[in-house]
Design a protein around this ligand. Structure first.
Ligand SMILES: Nc1nc2c(c(=O)[nH]1)N[C@H]1C(S)=C(S)[C@@H](COP(=O)(O)O)O[C@H]1N2
Ligand SMILES: [Mo]
Length: 378
């Protein structure tokens, strides 16, 4: 048992009066909105994560080719929409930080501590996600691992919070918003309206990253897919930034293909192989995506030329070192893959992966390896 706190707070304790606008009716509605947005963000995030980090016994699907484009697009948009919703929800309950007594019992103290953990986890998740979208990684730890682990902490603590607050949520939703008129400040409907306007604005200025015709509105997007520097497709990392410009243009460049046998191709040999055309999107983890027309030899044909086949596991290696140097591909994605020599009707530019880049359906952007120099078949 805790010692019993005095009935009245000390004189220096700030007032916990919620004011005319805050209250259960508003909080419950904001909670439903923030919670729903967070849930959609969580589920699409899980699917996206699976597509990027599949289990060995369950190959990621190749169809629909735009699956990652869809899940990652929704993930980033709902994540951004969740930020103003969560801030509004916190604003609506902030007077409770000053409630007296701070804790009535051990159980009450534990419940308040769990809310503290929930708030910390949600803020960490939203801030790391937003900084990733802005292509800013100011921390030393692995973004994906931390963002993924925190997502489970968030969803678990939200579930606990909803369970504990269920009676209050029911009450709040049953109370009409307009029941209590207010003489100062915004009315509750006014508050909801302003939040709606805020959420609408951040979504409208982000959704153009994914939806082509809305691209001119994508003011908040670091990459406007309609303002591509080159061949009508954005470039995050140029050949110069990756340090591969010289090697990619060198006359000594070869594509090595290793399986039961080994073959090696010069650029002009690659260009004279039978080629196929495919329309496939590039969809970046940061949320931007764009469809493009690709042409080049089928990866499966090259795999077959060294004794592999549709059930092979294939590893593709870039001229570049670093996090995007290697990707693996199998199953339906392998059958749908090209080693692109052409993009939107032109010879692939250096920044897009010249001499050849991997492009396949259903994959995350980072798995679409540029400047490919080695293919290993097992
Ligand atoms: N070798 C190599 N391949 C790469 C990358 C890279 O930096 N190096 N970037 C990846 C990422 S994160 C994406 S989204 C796509 C498109 O990136 P781009 O815009 O830099 O072409 O290519 C992928 N392939
Ligand atoms: Mo990316």
């Amino acid at each position: 048992m805790l010692p019993r706190p005095p009935e009245e707070p000390p004189s220096w304790w700030p007032s916990a009066d919620p004011g005319p606008t805050r209250g259960g009716a508003l909080t419950a509605r904001l909670g439903v909105l923030a919670g729903s947005s967070l849930l959609v963000c969580f589920v699409t995030g899980l699917i996206s994560h699976y597509l990027g980090h599949p289990w060995s016994w369950l190959p990621p699907p190749a169809r629909p080719a735009w699956l990652y484009r869809l899940t990652q697009g929704i993930h980033v948009i709902t994540g951004i929409a969740t930020i103003p919703l969560v801030l509004a929800k916190l604003w609506s309950v902030q007077h409770r930080l000053r409630q007296w007594p701070p804790a009535r019992s051990v159980a009450h103290a534990a419940e308040r501590a769990s809310v503290g953990l929930l708030v910390a986890a949600v803020l960490l998740e939203l801030v790391t996600g937003l900084l990733n979208v802005l292509q800013y990684y100011p921390w030393p730890w692995d973004f994906v691992a931390v963002h993924f682990a925190t997502a489970w902490l968030v969803i678990g603590s939200v579930a606990l919070h909803v369970a504990v607050q269920l009676p209050a949520i029911r009450d709040g939703l049953a109370t009409p918003l307009s029941r209590r008129g207010t003489t100062r400040g915004l009315s509750r409907r006014g508050v909801l309206g302003s939040i709606g306007l805020g959420v609408g604005t951040v979504v409208a200025t982000t959704v153009g990253q994914v939806v082509g015709p809305l691209a001119p509105l994508a003011l908040l997007a670091p990459r406007r897919p309609d303002r591509a520097p080159d061949q009508d497709l954005p470039v995050n990392r140029t050949a110069a930034a990756a340090g591969v410009g010289t090697a990619a243009r060198a006359s000594t460049y070869r594509l090595e293909v290793r399986g039961r046998t080994e073959r090696s191709f010069t650029v002009s040999e690659l260009e004279s192989l039978p080629s196929q055309r495919r329309s496939l999107p590039i969809a970046c983890v940061e949320g931007w995506s764009r469809n493009a027309h690709w042409q080049g030899p089928s990866l499966l044909d090259l795999v077959a030329s060294v004794g592999g086949g549709a059930s092979s596991q294939v590893t593709v290696t870039s001229l570049e070192d670093g996090p995007y140097a290697v990707s693996s591909i199998r199953d339906g994605q392998l059958r749908g893959a090209l080693l692109a020599t052409h993009l939107n009707g032109q010879r692939l530019s250096l920044d897009h992966g010249y001499p050849v880049r991997l492009i396949a359906p259903g994959r995350t952007g980072e798995q679409q390896t540029k400047w490919v120099t080695r293919i290993e078949v097992s």
